[in-house]
Design a protein around this ligand. Structure first.
Ligand code: SAM
Ligand code: FES
Length: 379
């Protein structure tokens, strides 16, 4: 049996094996490796090997996106959820969470402020909350798209039926984020109650692609029980899915969940995986996530320098921000949207990149998908 690795351990060894560098060269050239090769890279990583990887990752993101960093305005519109994921601070069983829902008017006000701050993508994210029926969401999506036709709209609202996804797409939603969380069914059942299965998650991702959404998937790094083999499976799953976006971030415990006393994932491993993903999916949209910025004060800057090209500041009203607590010590919960925007501008320009006022479409999507009507992908 494979032992879960210890998150506290720093990678061992100081001199990276030339063999591992050659694996990175091959990943750059062929965009995929075998499971064993990914495991060797993850298990054998050193700071020097990381630098070798990040230098390549930066060059590849430069070829596709130059120095541009895209902004996504995150609107966390409900923290009600019918699910009970063991890792998540807004899970149904957390009776200490103070619940809220935003009205359509509040969501539109977030978009208005975001638009004036230069956001051209809005992400509506929330728990799986039955209050937001297809009818209600269709009205919200249509209103946002009518007021901001030059903006992209991303949904991140969990598992729904094919018909529901289709109705939301037809109303104008462009993109959908649904992390697969882990590509190993046994590990999936360690992180979720029996009502949630990897099979159902994959079916949703396949439906979203069939309908024509630009799809984002991803996973938590260092979630309880995770092994290098499972991370290799996660990478291979992403290679098969070929999503336009990949979101990964460290697992961080929340004090009112069954995983309260588990260890966090590390920024170091998250960054290494960001580098590998950039080489595997060269044109992918890859955020330097809030969780990465939470675990390391310079995590988002380091993420960009490891190959990421997106940041997702919070546009939620200030009074609800500290209620959308997926994990402990989440950053930016006390800030105004404009403060977050200014802060990120400084952080990104400080490392030689620039935030742009742009929808930030995937170059993949632009090349492969000429018109909205013809958007189709295969899995
Ligand atoms: N309900 C939607 C869904 O399931 O996709 C969107 C909201 S969900 C909270 C968004 C993501 O937060 C999840 O996919 C998960 O990877 C991440 N997340 C939840 N709890 C976390 C934790 N304790 N540490 C790090 N990330 C976490
Ligand atoms: Fe539903 Fe986390 S358990 S959003």
């Amino acid at each position: 049996m494979t032992r879960p690795f210890d998150n506290r351990l720093q990678p061992i060894g100081s001199k990276p094996d030339d063999k591992l560098k050659r694996l990175i060269d091959r990943l750059e050239a062929e965009h995929v490796l075998s499971k064993e090769e990914f495991v060797a890279l993850i298990g054998g990583r050193t700071p020097e090997l990381g630098e070798y990887l990040f230098e390549k990752a930066r060059r590849i993101r430069q070829e596709h996106y130059g120095n541009d960093v895209y902004l996504r305005g995150l609107i966390e519109f409900t923290n009600y959820c019918k699910n009970d994921c063991y890792y998540c601070g807004i899970r149904r069983s957390n009776s200490r969470a103070s619940r809220y829902r935003l009205t359509k008017e509040q969501i539109l006000a977030c978009c208005e402020e975001g638009y004036s701050l230069g956001f051209r993508t809005f992400v509506l994210q929330g728990g799986e909350d039955g209050y937001y029926t297809d009818g209600l969401l269709v009205g919200i999506i249509k209103d946002i798209k009518a007021r901001y036709p030059d903006c992209a709209l991303t949904l991140s609202i969990g598992e729904r039926s094919y018909e529901s996804y289709k109705a939301l797409y037809d109303a104008g939603a462009d993109r959908y984020l649904l992390r697969h969380e882990t590509a190993d069914p046994e590990h999936y059942s360690r992180l979720h109650p029996p009502s949630l299965t990897l099979e159902a998650r994959k079916k949703c991702l396949s439906d979203l692609k069939d309908i024509g959404y630009e799809v984002g998937s991803g996973f938590m790094v260092g979630s309880p029980g995770q092994t290098p083999e499972q991370l290799a499976e996660d990478l291979l799953f992403l290679h098969e899915l070929q999503p336009q976006m990949v979101g990964i971030g460290p697992f961080i415990p929340h004090h009112d969940t069954p995983f309260a006393s588990e260890q966090s994932g590390t920024a170091e491993l998250t960054l290494f995986l960001i580098g590998l993903i950039r080489l595997m999916l060269p044109a992918v949209l890859l955020p330097a996530t809030t969780a990465l910025g939470t675990i390391d004060p310079l995590g988002r800057e380091k993420g960009i320098l490891a190959g990421a090209n997106v940041v997702m500041p919070n546009l939620s009203p200030r009074e609800v921000r500290d209620k959308y607590l997926l994990y402990d010590n989440k950053i930016c919960t006390g800030d105004e949207a404009a403060e977050c925007r200014r802060c990120l501008e400084g952080r990104i320009s400080g490392i030689g990149y620039r935030i742009v006022v742009d929808r930030g479409d995937s170059k993949l999507a632009k090349e492969d998908v000429k018109s909205r009507g013809g958007r189709k992908c295969t899995m």
